[in-house]
Write a protein that binds this ligand. Structure first.
Ligand SMILES: NC(=O)C1=CN([C@@H]2O[C@H](COP(=O)(O)OP(=O)(O)OC[C@H]3O[C@@H](n4cnc5c(N)ncnc54)[C@H](O)[C@@H]3O)[C@@H](O)[C@H]2O)C=CC1
Ligand SMILES: CC/C=C\C[C@H](O)/C=C/C=C\C=C\C=C\C(=O)[C@@H](O)C/C=C\CCC(=O)O
Length: 261
């Protein structure tokens, strides 16, 4: 998929991985709707992006993805403003083992809703022209840890949901490629939550073990994750792909064992 004139929507787009992919998309000539619940982060990001890519290249929506009505409005306004939607990246995510139900609501429930909204605006089922969806899971879905059990559960859920939706899209001829991205540790403010007892809850006592795990496996730059997302966006053959990004192996894919009776 060439990106000039393509329209992308990125949740959690104002910081970290979401900002890295938003900048990469803008550099390639796409237009981006950035959805984020943090107005301060979004304001700083907006200033930088408009300075670099011009006013009008991006839209900013202050929206908590758990607010269903607002999320619906954001998708609707994006399509109304730009005319269509080609790329949806469900990236927003948190680590909060204390308010673990919020973690489920942001990382999994709202990602499911974001996937369905993207299909509403892209699927041939609805007379649209197709597109690509990238859902962000984590290597936590392959290397579970005692430090973040609910976060880990949400990322397992994202993995399974996305693989199943990719099959549904193929069977239903949606014309929408649906893929999942599983980064290892990435150098973003999310990692700072290991030092926050109000986020780690009862697992705060394990923080040194978690820090050691980050040291063992390495911490990636967000730009590498954006590179992986770009590969998925540009490779029209990818549907149901599980992209892993680690310090040890870089960008690579999970090869599922063929299912046998
Ligand atoms: N940083 C890491 O080590 C890894 C992160 N991930 C995943 O990547 C995704 C992005 O994470 P990072 O960029 O690292 O985090 P981050 O905390 O740096 O950025 C997340 C962005 O999402 C926004 N956000 C959070 N909750 C939101 C909500 N309810 N509604 C709208 N926006 C919301 C935040 O305001 C922030 O701008 C998450 O799904 C995370 O689980 C996956 C693997 C590794
Ligand atoms: C506070 C939040 C912190 C991190 C969020 C992040 O989503 C969690 C990551 C959890 C685990 C990361 C594991 C990294 C593993 C590697 O880098 C691999 O090199 C390990 C080797 C093989 C894994 C097996 C496989 O590739 O299937």
């Amino acid at each position: 998929m060439a990106l000039t004139g393509r329209i992308a929507l990125v949740t959690g787009g104002a910081q970290g991985i979401g900002r890295a992919i938003s900048e990469a998309l803008l550099r390639e000539g796409a237009k981006v709707a950035l959805v984020d619940s943090n107005p301060e982060v979004a304001r700083e990001c907006r200033g930088r992006l408009e300075e670099a890519f011009g006013v009008g290249s991006s839209l900013f929506f202050e929206c908590d993805v758990t607010d269903w009505a607002k999320l619906q409005e954001v998708f609707r306004k994006t399509v109304k403003h730009f005319g269509h939607l080609d790329i949806a990246i469900n990236n927003a995510g948190i680590n909060n083992e204390k308010d673990w139900q919020k973690t489920i609501n942001v990382n999994l429930t709202s990602l499911i809703k974001g996937t369905y909204l993207a299909l509403e605006h892209m699927s041939r089922e609805n007379g649209k022209d197709g597109g690509v969806i990238i859902n962000v899971s984590s290597m936590a879905a392959f290397m579970h840890s005692p430090h973040m059990p609910v976060y880990t559960a949400t990322k397992y859920g994202v993995l399974g949901f996305t693989k199943a939706m990719a099959e549904a899209s193929a069977v239903g001829n949606f014309g929408v490629r649906i893929n999942v991205l599983c980064p290892a540790y990435v150098d973003t403010p999310l990692l700072q939550t290991i030092d926050e007892e109000d986020k780690m809850g009862r697992y705060f006592k394990y923080k040194e073990e978690l820090r050691q795990s980050m040291h063992t496996y390495g911490i990636l730059d967000p730009s590498l994750i954006a590179d992986g997302m770009m590969m998925i966006i540009k490779d029209g053959s990818l549907n149901g792909a599980v992209m892993k990004i680690t310090a040890s192996k870089g960008i690579h894919f999970q090869n599922d064992e063929p299912m046998s009776a």
